[in-house]
Design a protein around this ligand. Structure first.
Ligand code: ZN
Length: 412
């Protein structure tokens, strides 16, 4: 019998080979379909045949941090608490980044596996995720966790490795680049060979996917590049799950201008100037490529507001997919009630939700808007480099099953 390790109420097998989960940020399944059809991903094409290829669901909101932390904990946001990049605290009236590890309510799979005697390696493209992913990991020679973005300033004491960029023999890439993600893969290959972790997590950035559609040359080049690293990880014998935090959809008119419903403007009209507070949890310091426009918003309403009336009015708007009050939204999408406003608003496939028109810097959008956050970006790939008949037949697969499946495959 395979000994199992209990973490956050789920069981994980003790890997015999390295268990790897790769989160391809913003990897709408179509990117892989197009790249494979054009012969640009021979390794992934083979793994789809020989291994197990499924589609899975991301958590809602289909944003980066909630999904990365779901993959890292194996549980939905109602359990781990990270439901956006951003949090509004009604008591203080302040908007706070949710990057701080204090917002994470449960231990990670990495911590649990380390306590069970496993070696851990984590590489993230952007540094904003690093502290969350590394929470409570003992940096004692059995764990390495760093970001491409800050790879030239890593230390043995804090990240488990001195000057990771120097160790890789690469300069630090631009934060807005495909190379920031490529460094994640290159580090993964080198860590697998030299550090030999039992569990490894590689998570990229969706800069390419926000900018380029599946048929664009830059997107194809990105996936062809990924395939060369995937080939090396696979050849080394690791058990690998390739999934994504969310998909990506075009959100613009034919002339390239973004499609937006400005929710704060509507609320101001209905309830009075600034009476309601609309929060876009996609917001973060890296907004250049999406103008802070995504498919999910939450709103705090003033005392005495007629919630049912507001919900009904919003539902009647073209481009609005789902509007729910807090209780319904938290039940349906497994969200933490104390970090969600009075209502939740989700836009349709080609629409986004904004706050007030004047608050979005759309001049910074150089390409037609592509974004995510709603139900239309919830479908993600889930590909394992092992034939797993039970998984092939499993009903509702979630991206946050990645380490459960990867460790199971690594224990076979
Ligand atoms: Zn993302």
């Amino acid at each position: 019998m395979t000994p199992s390790i209990e973490i956050n109420g789920r069981s994980y097998a003790r890997p015999k080979v390295t268990a790897i989960a790769i989160c391809l940020d913003g990897c709408e399944p179509e990117y892989l379909d197009v790249a494979i059809a054009e012969g640009l991903m021979p390794t992934l094409a083979r793994l789809r045949e020989e291994g197990t290829s499924r589609l899975a669901h991301s958590v809602i909101p289909s944003f980066t941090n909630p999904n990365n932390m779901s993959i890292a904990t194996g549980r939905p946001p109602a359990v781990h608490g990270i439901c956006g990049n951003f949090l509004y605290e009604p008591e203080t009236g302040e908007e706070v980044m949710m990057n701080d590890p204090r917002f994470l309510r449960v231990g990670t799979i990495f911590k649990g596996m380390q306590e069970a005697g496993c070696k851990i390696a984590i590489v993230t493209a952007k540094d904003k995720l690093r502290a969350l992913l590394a929470k409570d990991l003992a940096i004692d020679g059995t764990a390495i966790c760093f970001s491409s973005e800050r790879s030239d300033t890593t230390t043995e004491a804090e990240h488990g490795i001195d000057n990771a960029a120097g160790w890789l023999g690469q300069p630090v890439p631009e934060v807005y680049s495909a190379e920031l993600s490529e460094m994640v893969f290159a580090a993964g290959v080198k860590l697998l060979a030299e550090f030999k972790p039992d569990v490894m997590y590689l998570t990229t950035t969706d800069w390419v996917q926000h900018k380029y559609a599946p048929h664009d040359a830059e997107a194809k080049a990105f996936y062809a590049m990924f395939d060369t690293y995937l080939a090396q990880l696979d050849a080394a014998g690791a058990a690998i799950v390739v999934t994504a935090d969310h998909g990506m959809k075009p959100k613009h008119y034919a002339d390239g201008s973004p499609q937006v419903v400005y929710i704060q403007d509507l609320m101001d009209e209905w309830l009075g100037e600034a009476a309601a507070r609309v929060i876009l949890p996609i917001t973060d310091p890296y907004v250049v490529h999406h103008g802070a426009l995504g498919g999910f918003a939450t709103a705090y309403l003033p005392d005495g507001a007629d919630v049912a009336d507001i919900v009904a009015k919003l539902r009647a708007i073209d481009g609005i997919d789902v509007v729910l009050d807090k209780a319904e939204a938290c039940a349906r999408y497994e969200l933490p009630e104390d970090r969600i406003g009075d209502i939740v608003i989700i836009s349709t496939e080609n629409m986004t939700v904004g706050t007030s028109e004047h608050r979005h810097d759309l001049a910074a959008l150089n390409e037609p808007l592509r974004s995510h956050g709603g139900l239309s970006e919830q479908t993600v790939p889930f590909i394992v480099n092992r034939a797993l008949p039970d998984l092939a037949a499993a009903p509702d697969l979630r991206n946050f099953d990645a380490f459960h499946i990867a460790t199971m495959a690594a224990a076979l």
